[in-house]
Structures are given as C-alpha cells and as structure tokens.
Design a protein around this ligand. Structure first.
Ligand SMILES: Cc1cc2nc3c(=O)[nH]c(=O)nc-3n(C[C@H](O)[C@H](O)[C@H](O)COP(=O)(O)O)c2cc1C
Length: 224
C-alpha cells in the first residue's frame, strides 16, 4: 500500500483552485489504487505555530524536559506523517511571490535536526544530509499572474517553486513534479485554458507515478 500525504496551504476553503487540483489528483489516484491511503494535513485552515527561541532550543537539546517535548509535539506529529508518506501532494497558492506563511511554518516545523536531516561538519562544505530518501513531491500551484519562466514577463519573480523544491530535499524528496494554473487574476480565456491544461496534466502524471510503483492487479485494470 502506498501512502500519500496531502498538504493544503490555501487560506481559502471555498473556490480554491489548488484545493480543487488536489481533490482531482487524490480522486483519480484512488480510482486507480483504491487500497492506498491518503493522509490529510490542512495547514491553510490550521496553520502550524511559528517556531520560537524556545522551540529552537528544544529542537537542538540533547536531553529534553517535558515542556520541551511538549513544544515539539506538533513537529513530531507532522514529521511522522512525512516519514510514513511515499508521495507528498502539496497544493499551494503563490502569495506575494512565495509560499503562504502557513506552509513556511510547516517547513520550519518539519525540517528538523536529527529528525529529518543530520548536520555533520566532517562532511565539509555540505554538512546537511536528509534522513529520509526516495520520496516524490507533486506540487500543485495556482497564481494570479503568469509568465514566470525564462524570458517571460515575470522571469525571476517565482520564489515559490524553487523554495519548495530546495526545502523538500531535506524531507527526502528525490522526485519532483509541478502542475500549475496561471492567470487566475485575469479570469479570461487564458485562465480557462491554463486551468484545463493543469487538470489534463494530472491523469498522465498519475499514470506515470502509479506505473513506477508497479501497479496492483486491480489498479492495473482500472488504469487500462
Ligand atoms: C494574499 C494573496 C497574495 C497573492 N500574491 C500573489 C502573487 O504575488 N503573485 C501572483 O501571481 N498571484 C498572487 N495571488 C493570487 C493567488 O496566487 C491566486 O488567487 C491563487 O489562485 C490562490 O490559490 P487558491 O485558489 O488555491 O486559493 C495572491 C493572492 C492572495 C490572496
């Protein structure tokens, strides 16, 4: 059984384009692989707490007080969800050219020394190494503007996808896929075409990922 961790980061619970992409992804996934498990973590509706000085001290403590254990309880719970997951489906808007604060709070809580990464200066100028390996991240985005690619009108302004990609490396993500909607703020034909293209990209991606997992017999039939 494959486990998917679905993370929703939109502050909107209605009319959210990223939540609708994640709905379609998880529905199509379960249509092919009904025995798989989907774990839900809605940071948009329930933002994790920001880390504090006490939290950092607790994270780096060699021996912890019960208060420090308590401070790390949310982090422990969310890291356990990542440890269990083969595939992370992360649905997030672009807010102010980067990730929503709630998603950044999630990363700050889960990229944690000796839990998700180790730090050893004996490794020279690259002292950080992830603890987990072999995970896949499917990033589902929506943004209001468009043209963040090379040579386009907003080149260099996308701080969302590179940040997610870099930080997720410390969670054991080795395979990265991105499907996104553009033009939301324009609401015109370009937006509709972009939304349709993003939706159309989901099934082929699911087929590729599911095939790589060596489909179960029942799932193979439903995918055919
Ligand atoms: C607070 C806020 C900040 C935003 N900042 C940007 C931005 O910097 N660039 C952009 O292209 N769109 C921006 N948008 C538009 C959203 O990315 C877009 O509406 C997206 O569809 C939101 O995701 P959702 O539909 O899942 O809620 C912003 C929207 C909000 C609410």
């Amino acid at each position: 059984m494959t486990k998917l961790l679905r993370i929703d980061a939109s502050a909107r619970t209605s009319r959210s384009l990223t939540r609708s992409l994640a709905d379609k992804f998880t529905e199509s996934w379960l249509a092919r692989r009904s025995d798989d498990e989907i774990i839900l973590r809605d940071v948009g509706s329930n933002p994790p707490p920001s880390i504090t000085e006490d939290w950092i001290a607790a994270a780096f403590a060699k021996e912890r007080s019960s208060e420090q254990e308590e401070l790390l309880a949310v982090s422990d719970e969310m890291i356990a969800e990542i440890a269990n997951a083969d595939i992370i489906v992360m649905a997030t808007p672009m807010y102010n050219y980067g990730m929503p604060a709630a998603l950044k709070a999630w990363f700050d809580q889960v990229v944690r020394v000796d839990k998700t990464f180790t730090f050893d200066l004996a490794r020279g100028d690259a002292p950080l190494e992830p603890v987990f390996a072999g995970k896949t991240l499917v990033l589902l985005t929506s943004w209001g503007e468009f043209g963040f690619g090379p040579g386009e009108i907003n080149e260099g302004r996308d701080s969302l996808t590179p940040h997610v990609r870099t930080a997720s490396g410390y969670l054991g993500v080795e395979e990265f896929h991105h499907v996104g909607i553009e033009y939301q703020e324009f609401g015109d034909d370009r937006f509709e075409a972009s939304r349709e293209a993003a939706i159309a990209a989901l099934d082929p991606l699911i087929d590729r990922l599911a095939s790589a997992l060596e489909l179960l017999p029942g799932a193979r039939r439903s995918a055919a």
